[in-house]
Write a protein that binds this ligand. Sequence first.
Ligand code: ADP
Ligand code: ZN
Length: 708
Amino acid sequence: MTPKEILKKFYGYDDFRPGQQEIISSVMQGRDSLVLMPTGGGKSLCFQIPAIAMPGFAVVVSPLIALMDDQTAALQANGIPAAAIHSGHNELENKNVMDNLFAGKIKLLYISPERLMLEIEHWPDNTPVSMFAIDEAHCISQWGHDFRPVYTELARIKQKFPGTPVMALTATADRLCRSDISACLKLHNPFVWTGSFDRPNISLQVVSNPGMQNKMRMISNLIRRHPNDSGVIYCLSRKSAEDMAARINALGFKAVCYHAGMGSFERAAAQRAFINGDVQVVCATIAFGMGIDKSNIRYVVHNNLPSNIESYYQEIGRAGRDGLPAHALMFYSMADMITLRNFAEESGRSNVSNEKLEQMLKFARAGVCRRRILLSYFSEQTDHDCGNCDICLDPPHRFDGTTLAQMALSASIRVNGKAGIYMLNDILRGSMKADIRRNGFDRIKTFGAGRDLNVSQWNHYLSQMVQLGLFEIAYDDSNHLRPTPFGMDVVYGRAKIELARYIPEKLNEGRKSKNNRDSAAQKIPDPETQLLEQLKKIRTAVSQQEGIAPYLVFSDATLLDMARKRPKTVEDMAGISGVGERKLVRFGNRFITAIRKFEGLTATMPQGSSVKHTLILHNSGIPVPEIARERGLTENTVYGHMAKLINEDLITQFGTLLSRRQYEDILRIRSEHPEDYSDFMPENLRPLIPVAMAILDYQQRHSTTKAT
Ligand code: ADP
Ligand code: ZN
């Protein structure tokens, strides 16, 4: 089978995405490769298809157990033999996998790096490994944001199997990290593919200093807008993840948390609830999500500033993997910055970390198209604004903020730089809090000079002043704000500054909803949406019956394609993107029936398509008795279909229908009793008569064509 045929047969896709074909053929020529594609870009197919096409088995190194189980389940659902070996399985299970592997029954083996390094020592040199795929390959680089020491041992793969192609894959685009990967793995003249890191379907929004009430309002709007889909909220700490989950549950939605402080059992349960769609939201620390291939995550929220752009991009990339619209919302505040700065100091790699944090802040404070900033960070050029970020949709209104800045700066000077951002806010508004009076700050000249503005407004403007470099934060002195030399220039009127106008959150949403198509569409669902909802319900039912996760039945993108094209026969269904042969046979009928019902048609399909249906099942290697059972037909009818298909030259291999011996017996009995041969046929041969006759015709037809 060619890679393209594999793509259609097993995955149900018609075309490769950019890069996939080139990468696949370079592996199949035995070349090493380095694949850089964003999350959701379609990396998995780049090694799965060569693994299916080439003899032997492929070894896939992956750092996370959840990811391995998820991918093997997805492969199995498509009829591809795959298995995983890791510490989450018991030794008997692992041994079984190894036995199957060496018996040639497995095409893809997922394994942890630790385990591979142990196993590989015992593998003879002629072990039929078709290729090695190193997933999340950035873990090998000390420059990366996710360094794992065990990854550096993977260099031994090339020593042990110098002739076997190795593919390194990552969604991390960090430049230093890229060159590291290929050197550390000792890749030989690799084919390098750098896919576009753009994910245009994810809309980007950043909100600074929203305050808890606004945060919760925005989050519940997101949940309400996607009641049947799911989202992830990334939090900085375990405590804040738990707190967020509690708040969301209190609002009447369903949320669970997921963090490193939970036991592995609890974590697995949370992940399962999320994957099965039992909960709408997971509130997670960064520990969550590497293994999540759930394609219908519609929104990702960052409750705090992420510590670097790579993590941010990887995390938002978990949304909208199916290519449908998705939303990334990020909150950040001055407090986040302080916390992260402290983390960076503690990490012992403060130079790298601080530099990465700076870049993240630059993105958060952006006044220009956010996607342009992201793409340029990943060294990609674009010449246009994206039209799908908050800046593009709603450019900030700026005004001359010099007077406000002078007010804030002089207040800070008058308290000798002894106030942090919240205290300064209080002083400016003339708040009579106890510690203000205790310090005598209520007697300074600027006390209450800014009472025209409320606490949120001052918060918004003070943060901008820090971001603009008027103040610096004294991390070593209670995070007090101190005027910088540039700040002093503003105080003395030597420099002017502009601030982005504060827009109350309510207003903000009002304006957004004008160009928000789906909020209006939700109220009166159009037929497509109605059908889609029904198909999703069927997916849930199928998932429960079959005991596999809903997104492994069909992805949202596939259901949407169904809702649009409304396939009413098995043949039509085979043309839906994401419906491979295995899933067509296993699940197709239930969805076709629903669509036919939706269209007001009878559940039974027309004759012609019934024969085609039989053909499709036959082509995927299903024997006649099972086809009959699956379709609710008698075996006689199915054999009748087979005869028709042979007459039309649609079946040309007969070995699986009847044996040579059976064929010859039928012909012999027929020649012995030309008039009433069916009466003389043994019971077991009788249903095969039409097939045998069709084969006879076929042979005569084809021998005469040859003769003439
Ligand atoms: P990655 O590993 O890069 O994060 P995946 O390999 O999981 O991405 O692919 C993301 C989604 O895109 C999956 O649902 C996958 O089935 C789908 N996909 C991959 N290649 C194609 C293709 N050629 N046509 C259509 N969908 C594809
Ligand atoms: Zn933009």
